[in-house]
Design a protein around this ligand. Structure first.
Ligand SMILES: Cc1ncc(COP(=O)(O)O)c(C=O)c1O
Length: 452
């Protein structure tokens, strides 16, 4: 018989976990209360209010796959800064290179030879010849979209429903339950109605994609190769082949955002599955935690840019930034790509993610839970629904915020930090089998408390 979760019990368990958290974190509470004096809502960035705990854990120190909070508890970190620290915290080769660069100039708005190494390595990994540096993945995506509109002369872009590509205005679009496209709930102060800039279809919906691109007014499709921001939604067999065929046939550029799917391997999902994007963006982890992002493109896109570029006005054209491409970023990317985020790292982290998924699956089986576990490279996630969602809409409809909060808080109270917003874990090169097994054990305890 399938196990059932009783809502009243869940509610009572949450009250108990809230109390446990408060008892274990007096110093974090104190800092949070003091922080309200001059930090809006007590945090330096508004998402930090969105953790499962009644107030956020204040961090003392983070190193490798762990961090310690101001109350002296050490955690296994499966969130890893939501991918920014997929390398583990403060990886030694990156720290060494950054420390060295700090002594030799941080930002000059001039190139250095490190940039050549980084671009060659990106070419080797992702198969695209030309690269530019940005500060964040959001910026890389914004610049890629601007270039796409500029070179195609087309006004619109297409995004998949419930995608996330950073704070990029054009991508905050979803298909609502009534089937109409509109701004994603919570969109703050949009400059224009997102329907003016963007078409939206569900991931894996080839028919809708074909229809949306047929009029020839879409400059680019922007896509994570597998959705990771509304849970992991994998492409169906053949989807990427058709996406590429339809984009080519309609003269639409294809931008693949590898910021999270770099978990699939050293060349991301693109190399692992032989994708052929026109442009590729990636940020977060490629500098080991130092703010870095890059976007790359084909020879054909480069030629089209050259045909349309006005060098006299390039500094005010809406692409780039004074700090972008600075020496610190390049030193961080070189060290991280060479020594941290390399083949050897993935040969450790992917089997550990498999072990994580197997551990969760064994508990699901034992308790006959109608839940699933999914994995993409060194990222794994469980989901309280019986079948894998086909698209963002199905994934969003299956969200269970109260249950999510319980699983997060229960694990947090036992020394494990999961990625917020859903129950996702990312494995760092320094994560151990014991860390993964500890999660399996705590997950089992949480499930036993819920259904026992
Ligand atoms: C796929 C993807 N692209 C881009 C971004 C934006 O990254 P950042 O917030 O560092 O600009 C994110 C952030 O979560 C992301 O998941």
């Amino acid at each position: 018989m399938t196990a059932t979760i009783h809502r009243r019990k869940l509610h009572e368990l949450l009250i108990a976990e809230d109390a446990t958290f408060a008892e274990r974190h007096p110093r974090s509470r104190e800092l949070f209360e003091q922080a309200h004096a001059h930090l809006f809502d007590g945090v330096p960035m508004n998402w930090m209010t969105r953790w499962a705990s009644p107030f956020p854990v204040f961090v003392q120190e983070a190193r490798g796959p762990n961090f310690t909070c101001v109350d002296g508890h050490t955690y296994v970190d499966f969130c890893l800064g939501d991918t920014g620290a997929m390398t583990g915290h403060s990886p030694e080769p990156t720290v060494r290179a950054v420390r060295n660069q700090l002594e030799h100039g941080i930002t000059t708005m001039l190139p250095s030879d490190t940039a050549l190494w980084v671009a060659e390595e990106l070419n080797r990994r992702f198969g695209l010849p030309y690269w530019q540096v940005a500060m964040t993945a959001t910026d890389a995506n914004r610049f890629a979209l601007r270039i796409a509109r500029h070179v195609t002369g087309r006004p619109k872009i297409l995004a998949f429903s419930w995608c996330y590509h950073g704070t990029v205005d054009e991508t905050f679009i979803t298909i609502r339950p009534d089937g109409k496209a509109g701004a994603r709930p919570g969109n703050v102060g949009p400059a224009v109605d997102v329907n003016v800039t963007t078409k939206v279809v569900e991931f894996n919906d080839v028919e809708a994609l074909e229809k949306a691109l047929a009029p020839g007014d879409v400059a680019a499709v922007i896509a994570e190769p597998a959705l990771t921001n509304i849970g992991i939604v994998l492409p169906e067999p053949g989807f990427h082949g058709l996406l590429r065929r339809i984009t080519r046939e309609t003269g639409t550029l294809l931008i693949i955002d590898e910021t999270h799917t770099i978990c699939a391997g050293p060349g991301g999902y693109t190399r692992a599955h032989g994708l052929q994007p026109d442009m590729l963006t990636i940020g977060k982890t490629i500098g080991g935690g130092i703010p870095c992002a890059v976007y790359g493109f084909t020879q054909e896109v480069a030629d089209r840019i050259h045909a349309h570029w006005d060098y006299q006005t390039s500094d005010v054209g809406g692409i780039g930034g004074t700090l972008a491409g600075n020496a610190l970023q390049l030193a961080a990317m070189r060290a991280t790509l060479d020594h941290v985020l390399n083949e050897a790292a993935y040969s450790r982290t992917i089997p550990l993610a498999e072990r994580f998924a197997e551990g969760v699956q064994s508990v699901i089986d034992e308790y006959e839970l109608p839940w699933i576990v999914k994995r993409l490279g060194c990222r794994a996630e469980y989901w309280p629904r019986p079948r894998a969602p086909r698209n963002g809409g199905e994934a969003a409809a299956a969200e269970d915020p109260e249950l999510d909060r319980f699983m997060h808080l229960f694990t947090l109270n036992r020394g494990i930090l999961m990625t917020p917003f859903h129950n996702m874990a990312l494995i760092a090169p320094g994560t151990s089998e014991a860390d993964v097994d500890r999660h399996s054990e705590v997950f089992r305890q949480a499930v036993a408390a819920l259904v026992g």
